[in-house]
Each structure stands twice: as structure tokens, then as C-alpha cells.
Design a binder for this molecule. Structure first.
Ligand code: LRY
Length: 228
């Protein structure tokens, strides 16, 4: 898939992230594949998937949906953990993902290789590269390293302390102002349809929503808390 074709497929539309962490009741490839099919049936323009040991999820979901798939793996939950190495990036592409999402923050990478090596491995395997960043500078650097698109996935997750409750719309605005022609993906803590729509208003090309759509444990806890 070309960068242009991917952008055209998702522009102004919703991407749904279908993931479940270790120990979550939905941490099951078949369950997540059904979730992805449901999301596609509801109008998702693409699916984001994978996680710890998530290569089978990526392969199964690629086979099950007819929308583009953004794949990733995770190694732990600290530091650089989203598709953190060149080998991981290559493996996600080889699992069939149209797009490989990977940490593109300025933090040291566990294999000591520069970001551009992961980008090159993904391109060699015929996939596109989504750079998951936390800051404007990281987004600019990722595009310079060859990334095809920038996502705000890690905004709020690289500082000490818990992330804020809401999404980082300011980062979307800053990326759009600095990178007028780039594919900018709003992602991270979009918990309502209004917030997702606001991301497009802030200049995002597309919006990824995960937890608020695909984690019934989290959704239930919000209802339960409202009744407590
Ligand atoms: C920080 C991190 O590990 N983000 C992960 C990236 O793939 C996922 O755990 C998130 O669910 C995804 O980014 C979607 O975000 P939200 O679930 O907030 O809508």
C-alpha cells in the first residue's frame, strides 16, 4: 500500500485499536479478531492491533478484515516498548501489517539502533511506518528519519507520573502547524465521539480510539463508578 492510498483510506475517519494487555480477559487472538471484525463492521477505516506476543493477532486480523491493518508488538510496559527494535519492526511487517507502528520517541532504544534503521526494515518488507511520538520535536525527527506518518500515541506517557485523563489536542495542533502536508494521527485517551471529532478539528488526518471502544472492563468500570 502506498502512503497516499493509506491516507486516502483513513482521512477524516476513525481507526479502532483492538488490543488487550497481559492478564486481560480479552487477551486472546480469536477474541481480538472478532473485536476487529465488529469494529470494521461499525465503520472503522483501519484496525490497529498487536501487543505483547501480538504477532498472531496481527496475522489473524489481517486475514479477517478488509480494511488496512496497523500492527505492533510490545515488550513490557516501561521505556521504549512499542515495536522497540529493528527485529520487532521487521517481524510485524512480515506478519502482514500494512503499517507498522513503533515508538519514535527520543529515548534510547533497546537494540541501540537509530529509528531510521527500523523505518528502513519496514519499508524493505513493503509496509509503511507509523511513528508513535510524545512531542512535536519527535514528530519532526521521525518524518526526517523516513516515517510515513506521525501519531500522538505516546503523548503523556514519557513523563514521570500518570498521564492526564484527556487527549493531547495541543500536540495535534502543533504537529499540523509545523507539518502541514503530513499524515497526522491523533491517538491516546480519546474517550468520546466528541473528543475524536475535535481531533479532526485540530488538524488530525485520522483518529485512533482503543480503550473506549474495545475494553469492556474499562467501560464497565466507568458506569460502575458513576453508580457508586
Ligand atoms: C501508550 C500505549 O501503550 N498505547 C498503546 C498503543 O498501541 C495502546 O495501549 C492504546 O490502547 C492505543 O494507543 C489507543 O489508545 P487509547 O486506548 O487510549 O484509546
Amino acid at each position: 500500500m502506498t502512503p497516499h492510498a493509506f491516507a486516502a483510506a483513513v482521512a477524516g475517519r476513525l481507526i479502532v485499536s483492538c488490543q488487550a494487555g497481559d492478564g486481560h480477559p480479552l487477551r486472546d487472538t480469536a477474541a481480538l479478531t472478532r473485536m476487529a471484525r465488529a469494529a470494521a463492521g461499525g465503520g472503522a477505516a483501519a484496525i490497529r492491533c498487536g501487543g505483547v506476543g501480538g504477532l498472531p493477532d496481527v496475522a489473524a486480523i489481517v486475514a479477517a478484515v478488509d480494511v488496512p491493518v496497523i500492527g505492533l508488538t510490545k515488550d513490557g510496559t516501561d521505556g521504549v516498548f512499542i515495536t522497540p527494535t529493528v527485529a520487532a519492526a521487521r517481524a510485524v511487517a512480515e506478519a502482514g501489517a500494512d503499517v507498522v507502528a513503533a515508538d519514535a520517541t527520543a529515548r534510547p532504544r533497546p537494540d541501540g539502533r537509530p529509528l531510521k534503521d527500523s523505518v528502513a526494515a519496514v519499508h524493505d518488507a513493503g509496509a509503511l511506518f507509523m511513528a508513535d511520538v510524545a512531542t512535536l520535536a519527535e514528530g519532526v525527527a521521525a518524518l526526517a528519519a523516513g516515517a510515513d506518518m506521525v501519531a500522538t500515541t505516546l503523548a503523556g506517557y514519557t513523563l514521570p507520573g500518570p498521564p492526564p485523563d484527556g487527549p493531547d489536542l495541543d500536540l495535534v495542533r502543533a504537529l499540523r502547524a509545523e507539518l502541514p502536508d503530513a499524515v497526522i494521527v491523533a491517538e491516546g485517551r480519546y474517550h468520546s465521539p466528541a473528543q475524536a471529532a475535535a481531533a479532526l478539528g485540530a488538524g488530525a488526518t485520522t483518529v485512533v480510539v482503543g480503550t473506549a471502544i474495545t475494553d469492556p472492563r474499562w467501560i464497565t468500570s466507568r458506569f460502575a463508578a458513576a453508580l457508586a
